[in-house]
Design a protein around this ligand. Structure first.
Ligand code: SAM
Length: 281
């Protein structure tokens, strides 16, 4: 397949059967395969009987590697980009390479397939006419809550990625910032042996996970309903209180009030009084 094309190829998110016939054909015929982790992808390719030269392409070598791959493409060679699982560029490396190719006028061709984001949305039973993908939340609890605060008012369905280490803390923060009554679905280990879908309010989900530690293992997509359109000022007030409750746990009242005013709008004085009232509750 010697034509200067960058193929962006999706690989399975668990079940090998999800690798498409076109993906196999593409991987078997390109001049180079650029993989996030060559050992991990080497196993998949070996099992498929595919022997093509492999190169690593990850966040730490993206710049140099993109230059090298552009050179190969400039010489009329073809490259397939794959990541460890699912669709490259979706919370995975590839952005710089795709951008550089497009800027250089190199043809970029998608070979679509699995992505945990779409798989989760397709089974969550929450509105899919409009949604926003938020990827991985920040790891530190304080930063995470501040990052979630503006999303509490989003009316579109929201999709998050999370790892086993942080799923419990993340759900607790979601409940604190969005309110425990918000509907959500946890999609765990999609397409794998222990695939589980758990739906309910955020408060129920926090409880259910705490009661069953097995549910804390594996890989997770969390899908939350958007804020109900027309839920109005009452819910905004409740969310402001929920945010202030969390912020005042970590910060002095003045700092918490300044942060809330910046995130939610309005006067710092208003949030400062709320912080004092909450401290006395
Ligand atoms: N590029 C991938 C895609 O298209 O979905 C995502 C890669 S990202 C580094 C890995 C995250 O995706 C995991 O931490 C988890 O949140 C989610 N994920 C990947 N596979 C999954 C699966 N089988 N079940 C649930 N979530 C999954």
């Amino acid at each position: 397949m010697s034509e200067a094309v960058l193929y962006v190829v999706a690989t399975p998110i668990g079940n090998r059967g999800d690798l498409s016939a076109r993906a196999i054909e593409t991987l078997g015929s390109v001049d180079w395969i650029a993989a996030e982790d060559t050992r991990h992808s080497g196993r998949l390719l070996r099992d498929l009987g595919i022997e093509r030269p492999l190169l690593s392409y990850h966040d730490h070598n993206a710049e140099g590697r993109a230059r090298q791959l552009l050179e190969y493409l400039g010489n009329g060679q073809s490259v397939a980009l794959i990541s460890d699982a699912g669709t490259p560029l979706i919370s995975d490396p590839g952005y710089r390479l795709v951008r550089a190719c497009r800027e250089a006028g190199v043809r970029v061709v998608p070979v679509p397939g699995a992505s945990a984001l779409i798989a989760a949305l397709s089974v969550a039973g929450l509105p899919t006419d409009r949604f926003a993908f938020e990827g991985f939340p920040p790891r530190a609890p304080g930063k995470r809550r501040a990052w979630l605060a503006p999303l509490a008012d989003e009316t579109r369905t929201l999709v998050f990625y999370e790892s086993a280490h942080r799923i419990e803390g993340f759900l607790a923060d979601l409940a604190a910032v969005f309110g425990g009554g918000r509907e959500a679905v946890i999609a765990r280990e999609l397409t794998k042996r222990f695939e589980t879908l758990t739906g309910g309010t955020l408060a129920e989900l926090v409880e259910r996970l705490a009661a069953d530690p097995d549910q804390l293992r594996g890989e997770f997509v969390v899908v939350t309903a958007g804020r109900e359109a027309g839920a109005g000022e009452a819910s905004a007030r409740i969310e402001a209180r929920a945010l202030m409750r969390v912020l005042t746990r970590e910060l002095p009242a003045g700092k918490a009030a300044a942060l809330a005013a910046e995130l939610l709008g309005g006067k710092k004085k208003h949030y400062y009084s709320m912080a004092l009232a909450l401290k006395n509750e």
